[in-house]
Design a protein around this ligand. Structure first.
Ligand SMILES: *Cc1c(COP(=O)(O)O)cnc(C)c1O
Length: 235
């Protein structure tokens, strides 16, 4: 078994344990393998181990990797999720090549993605990125903005509003991890209570996925624990 296959199995076990600990079913949580900085060969190894959903942060790197994978594995039905910061001049290729975008934090970006989503593709699945850690990260909308963007996205014809995404400040303190994820879940629940149909909480990474699952994550985005440490000089 490849190292990547072993790592995937270990991450799936962590998810299952964390889910059962709070009486959730493991299948309620899906694993997004974050393959940024890793090559098409590593993605292919993950696909061979049964993984089909991949997260990417850098547009050109992702497009190159998708093209290589279409050659390496023409039969594989892969789902690509864009999870990085979005510049407005990059929305068209994102709308054309991805299945999901987790990092929408401005209405203007959402409008461009909707306008540019090709008619022959299904609506683009969208999560609104929420800023939970205040000053530490610049990305993500504040709660009230996130609510306004979510309402706007729900009305855009070529987007399908799915939920919220967050990247809390890293900490080893599990209580702090859970408090940050709980804030996101509370916003998620309040949006559902006002009638928006949301089914996705994208939260939890290699270091904090247990806390995220405990607080209701439905997608965890995991890179390092699957592919190993990122070496940015490889890019
Ligand atoms: C890189 C990245 C991840 C994966 O982080 P790991 O700590 O390597 O698991 C998850 N989400 C986002 C948005 C990322 O940029």
């Amino acid at each position: 078994m490849s190292v990547i296959a072993q790592n995937l199995q270990a991450v799936q076990s962590r998810i299952a344990l964390a889910a059962r600990a709070v009486s959730r079913e493991p299948h309620e949580v899906s694993l997004l393998a974050v393959s940024k900085t890793f090559g098409a060969d590593d993605v292919a190894a993950a696909v061979a181990a049964g993984q089909a959903a991949f997260g990417e942060n850098y547009l050109q790197e992702a497009l190159d990797k998708m093209a290589l994978l279409r050659e390496l594995l023409p039969e594989a039905a892969l789902a690509w999720h864009f999870i990085g910061p979005i510049q407005s001049n990059k929305t068209r290729p994102i709308a054309e090549h991805f299945d999901w975008v987790h990092s929408v934090d401005r209405e203007k970006i959402a409008q461009r993605l909707s306008d540019q989503r090709p008619a022959d593709l299904p609506p683009l699945n969208v999560c609104i990125q929420v800023n939970v850690s205040n000053e530490a990260s610049k990305s993500g909308a504040q709660n009230d903005e996130a609510a306004a963007i979510a309402r706007a996205v729900a009305a855009m014809p070529r987007l399908r509003l799915r939920g919220l995404m967050a990247i809390p400040e890293p900490t080893d303190d599990v209580a702090q991890q859970r408090a940050a994820f709980r804030q996101v879940r509370q916003l998620f629940e309040s949006l559902r209570a006002e009638g928006l149909s949301l089914d996705t909480l994208s939260m939890g990474m290699s270091g904090d996925l247990e806390a995220a699952v405990a607080e209701g994550a439905t997608i965890v985005r995991v890179g390092t624990a699957i592919f190993g440490r990122r070496d940015y000089s490889r890019q």
